[in-house]
Design a binder for this molecule. Structure first.
Ligand code: DQA
Length: 145
């Protein structure tokens, strides 16, 4: 069985560290990738960490994960709130998917309160800063044990 977990990042997450640091913190996406790889090593998971600003690319990666990954952790950024296509892509694969957010989207603007992908995923983690990524890896580990 595959031990690879895809950690997928959507739009604007390449700007982490520079982008609204009061909300998203000072870590860069590279820092988050390194923390995920280190946590993955302890959990016995290989991390395939990716970011795209393009919805179709994220959809292609979800399909790819369905073929070759143990599971997916996804921070879909603003596509979380808009994308029926991401919902459908997640529904199309059978490996578990964990939705994650750095910020507590429910404590922010109204338009962030609804997730299009939440009904399609195994579970949701949000509000723990970049630690949300690590919590998502632990969640996937237990969901696939
Ligand atoms: C986010 C929350 C989204 O509402 C926002 O559009 C993002 C980041 C988060 O990680 O807190 O881009 O997914």
């Amino acid at each position: 069985m595959s031990k690879t977990v895809f950690v997928l990042n959507g739009p604007n997450l390449n700007m982490l560290g520079k982008r609204e640091p009061g909300i998203y913190g000072g870590q860069t996406l590279k820092d988050v990738e390194e923390a995920c790889i280190a946590a993955g090593r302890e959990l016995g998971l290989t991390i395939d960490f990716r970011q795209s600003n393009h919805e179709g690319t994220l959809i292609d990666w979800i399909h790819e994960a369905g073929e070759k990954a143990l599971g997916v952790a996804i921070n879909a950024g603003a596509y979380t709130h808009t994308s029926i296509a991401l919902h459908d892509a997640i529904k199309a694969i059978s490996v578990p998917v964990v939705e994650l957010h750095i910020s507590n989207v429910h404590a922010r603007e109204e338009f962030r309160h609804h997730s299009m992908i939440a009904p399609a995923v195994k579970g949701v983690i949000c509000g723990f800063g970049t630690q949300s990524y690590i919590l998502a890896l632990h969640a996937l580990k237990s969901a696939t044990a």
